[in-house]
Design a binder for this molecule. Sequence first.
Ligand SMILES: Cc1ncc(COP(=O)(O)O)c(C=O)c1O
Length: 422
Amino acid sequence: MEENIEVIFNDFFKYKSGKFYAEEKSVEDIAKRYGTPCYLYSYHSLLSRIKKFKEAFNGVNTLICYSVKANSNISILKIIKEQGMGVDVVSGGELRRALLLNFPPNKIVFAGVGKKDEEIELGVKNHIYCFNIENEDEIDIIEKYARMYRRKVICNLRLNLDIDVDTHHYIKTSKKETKFGLDIHSAGNILRKHRNNKYVEIKGFHLHLGSQLKDTPPYTRALDNVKIFCKENNFSPEIIDLGGGFGIPYSSEDRVKDIEDFGVAIKEKIKEIGGKFLILEPGRYIVGNTSVLLCRVLYVKRRQDKNFVITDAGMNDLVRPAFYGSYHTIIPAKKSRGVKYIKADIVGPICETGDYLGKDIEVPDNIKRGDILIVGSAGAYCFSMASNYNSRPRPCEIMVRGTRDFVIRKREAYKDLWKGEL
Ligand SMILES: Cc1ncc(COP(=O)(O)O)c(C=O)c1O
């Protein structure tokens, strides 16, 4: 069980004298103080991910718009803003979060396959930088509001180039059988139709290919196709928005290209196309490995052919394993020396067989009620997908910065569960 966990936890989460720490705080102390389940973030880990991402795309004119859906906590968004980044939003709620935090409107991009009229109006009224278009009718609605607010709105056409990517099929977004983007014929028609539109200016393309991509070829292939499309349609794009998708390791065996390699490959292609302005929408890369979920062992069930460790965190707190079959590294908060390891399924208390956090995970043979387990890579698509299923209040979120810790979201109270119900 001596996994090389540094690739997942970086320098900011590690064992010190057998106890697991987030920066300078023992996770057992955090669990004791705030209870479990509890999402625990490292401030410095977040800063370091942002820095690495920015450095990888140095040298081209780039706007980095963090993808709010990955984790929309306002403390995290505030740090993102302080670091000069913009945001990619996909709903009125996400846009309102960005406006609440005073993100500069010219750093907000709005994507999404089903934008409502009121969401489009909110974006136009607040002068956001651009809309990424997935449907011809959407342009008519944008035009209506652009006319009403007397402004010209920038739009990029989201292309569906039928690019396959090596990831879970629920998060592939560029195959032609998915709902996303415009096929090249519709995109060509839209370009011709709106060339001289007074209210809508099509400046380029949007290409989010999928999430958790581990290598560069899908990006370079997509950009090669964009180049051909531009030539065929006699169009010079000013903006290329490549979306997000940059993968992270969830286990010590995951092989993911460094962000520098993505940077090199993408920058070269952007120069070839002659795109003047690159937009990127990373979510998972920025926050995925900056957080862990702490949970407490409630029971250990030993059967002849199988062991179960039942924790106080379930699929309502962290749904990725149940939803996508995703793997998360799970380790104990206290390292036991010289003990045997056994395999167990780490499961939650919810009434679903699919309610698990990990299958066949190695745990110390002496694991017992009250022990704290750490679920790694819990920063992206974890809290933001949490629900109240089984009438369970959602966990608290805590951020550690050096020796200090801050509540960045209170644990939900039982009364929050029925708030608004009549
Ligand atoms: C349009 C768009 N941009 C960006 C992202 C962020 O992707 P990731 O978290 O993989 O970087 C997503 C995720 O689904 C998306 O749909």
